[in-house]
Design a binder for this molecule. Sequence first.
Ligand code: SF4
Ligand code: SF4
Length: 302
Amino acid sequence: MNQPVPAMIKIAVASGKGGTGKTFVATNIFYSLVKNKISAVLIDCDAEAPNDLSFFKAEPLSSIDVKQLVPVIDTNKCTFCGKCHEYCNYNAIFLLPPVKMIKVIDDLCHGCGACSVACGYGAINERPVILGTVNSYSFYGLSSIIEARTKIGVTSPVPVIKTAIRQAGNSAPIAILDSPPGTSCPFIQTTAASDYVILVTEPTPFGLSDLKQSIYTLRKIKKPFGVIINRAGLGSRDVYRWMEENKIPLLGEIPFDEKIARIYSEGSLLAAEDPVYFDEFFELTNRIGNIIKDQITLALNK
Ligand code: SF4
Ligand code: SF4
C-alpha cells in the first residue's frame, strides 16, 4: 500500500482571538525552518489584516486578483417571479414584486450562481468583482511567503484565503499557515486545509474561553492539535488545569518577558535574535512532523 504522506505538510497556527501571538509563533517557526535550509512556505491567511511580511525582507514575485462573479439583473427581462430569491441561500437578492423592485446585495452574494440557473427568463447576467489579492514573495531563494489580502469592505475573506492556499500548491515540503483569529468561516477554511493545528493561547480567563471554543471547533472538523501558551507566568494556572483535565497536549510555553515583547514590537524575530529560541522553534516543528507521521501510521493500521 502507498503511504498517503501529503506532498506538502501544512501546519496552521491559530487562536480563538487576535493578539495572543499566533503571528509571532508562525513567523518564528518559518524563520527557523528556512535558516535550517528547509524549503518552506509561509501563508498569511489573516486576509483582513495580513502582517507576516513586515518581519521579513522578501522579494516580490507575483500578484493576482481574486474575483467572484456576481449577478446583474436585467429588469427589462425580469418578470419578478421570485425564483432567484427563493434559490439564494444567502438572502442576497432583495425583491419587492408589487413595486417591481429587485436588487442584488453584492456584500451578501457568495457567487454560487444558483440564481442564474434558477432564472427561466434569461434576466440574469454576471459581472466579475475583485475581492482581494494574493501576493507572492520569494524569501531566501527556495522559500516563499504568500499573502492573502482582502479588499476593504468585502464581507468574506474565504475566497481569497482559498486562493492563497491553492497558490502554494506543493511548492515546498512544509507550509505554515497563519490563520485568521476567531472560530468562524475564515478560521475553519484555514484549519480544515491543514494537517495539524497549533493553538496559541494565554493563561487568562479570556484565553481559556477562546481556547475552549477553538478546540470545540477543531474536534468537530476532526483536526489534530496541540497548544502553546504564550505570556506564560501572567494570569492564573486555570488554563493548565483545564488542559490537564481534558488531556490537551501542551506543545510549549513562551514566557511573559519584556525582552520578547520588545523584539516583537520592533518588527524583529525572536528566533533571529536568540539562538535558544531558534532551536526551540525548529525542534517544535520536528515534533509536530513526528506527530503527523504517527497519525498516518495509525490510520494505515486501522
Ligand atoms: S428568477 Fe429571473 S425573472 Fe424571476 S425574479 Fe429572478 S431575475 Fe427576475
Ligand atoms: S450568486 Fe448565489 S449568493 Fe449570489 S445572489 Fe445568486 S444565488 Fe445568491
